[in-house]
Design a protein around this ligand. Structure first.
Ligand SMILES: [Zn+2]
Length: 315
């Protein structure tokens, strides 16, 4: 049913207003400023990040109605309930669990490392926004390779296929990730920073950035970034990553930044056409939350070649 709806796409919005260029940087800027400010007023910066992120999610949901990329992607395909549970469990419950884990590890492992070496390696004296950029570059490097591996390794692909199953893109798709894959991504997002001894304020900034970027990245908003597409892995790039055509979806692996795609030759943005059908090759992928959580462990064909495609196959 999803694929049938996707086979009759309405033309994407060709027009880009000033709003298209401003919505993402303005929302992200306000979100980061709010997180930095209110984190000083509380002893739970992660809670601030969650509140800011949920507020941004509502903003992106509204923008989908005001400046949609494709109007047919605003029509529910029975997927909202499934994405609600994915988002609730991954973005709120797991984020809270991460907060507890993070605080415990900072108090334990990081403190012991600092005791052994006299100081932590993390540049706490840098401006918070510069610390955030450093954290993004490090975390994105690990996430890039885990994500790229998930498109090659058949077992990891079974988990990752959940995220590629939607036939349309809208803000809730950001949360559609198998919980085990979400946990896997904690390795590049947590381990380096435990070793380096970063601080909870920077993690809160990262959490806000990650959420706001993710909602826009998957949102059905006509966002335009121009040359900033070489830095942010935003919707114009990420739509191709959700293409049903494997030679198009094996590109743009960046979660927040596209700089590692540029560095490793997987940055992909055709200028002369729009992305076609989205989703998996298989038409019968389960649509409910629990059935999607179980899907990787069931005997089903989730077709995906593990042989890398030549990068110049489509241009
Ligand atoms: Zn992917």
């Amino acid at each position: 049913m999803q694929q049938a709806a996707a086979s009759h796409p309405e033309p994407a919005s060709e027009k880009a207003s000033l709003l298209s260029y401003l919505v993402f940087p303005v929302t992200l800027g306000l979100g980061l400023l709010s997180t930095a400010f209110f984190s000083q007023q509380t002893d739970s910066p992660i809670t601030v990040a969650i509140v800011v992120s949920m507020s941004a999610m509502i903003v992106v949901g509204l923008l989908e109605r005001i400046v949609p990329y494709r109007r047919d992607w605003n029509v529910s395909r029975g997927d909202i309930g499934t994405d609600f549970w994915h988002t609730l469990i991954n973005q709120i419950l797991l984020s809270r669990a991460l907060n507890i884990l993070w605080v415990a590890l900072l108090a334990g492992v990081t403190a012991r490392l600092a005791e052994s070496y006299g100081t932590t390696l993390w540049p706490h004296h840098w401006p918070l926004i510069v610390q955030l950029v450093l954290m993004l570059l490090i975390a994105e490097f690990g996430r890039y390779w885990v994500h790229r591996l998930a498109h090659r390794n058949p077992w990891l692909w079974r988990l990752h296929a959940v995220h590629h199953s939607p036939a349309r893109l809208y803000f809730f798709n950001a949360g559609r990730v198998h919980p085990l894959e979400k946990a896997l991504y904690l390795v590049p997002e947590v381990v380096p920073f435990i070793v380096l001894g970063t601080n909870i304020e920077c993690l809160a900034m990262y959490a806000t950035f990650n959420s706001i970027h993710g909602f826009f990245q998957h949102g059905n908003v006509n966002v335009r970034l121009g040359p900033l597409n070489y830095f942010f892995s935003m919707a114009e790039l990420h739509r191709w990553h959700h293409s049903r055509l494997i030679e198009e979806s094996d590109r743009n692996f960046g979660n927040n930044l596209s700089v590692w795609d540029v560095a490793f030759g997987t940055w992909f943005l055709p200028r002369d056409r729009q992305v076609g059908a989205l989703g998996l090759q298989a038409d019968d992928y389960p649509e409910g939350y629990l059935t999607q959580v179980k899907a990787p462990f069931q005997a089903r064909d989730i077709s995906k070649p593990i042989v890398p495609q030549p990068l110049d196959a489509v241009s």
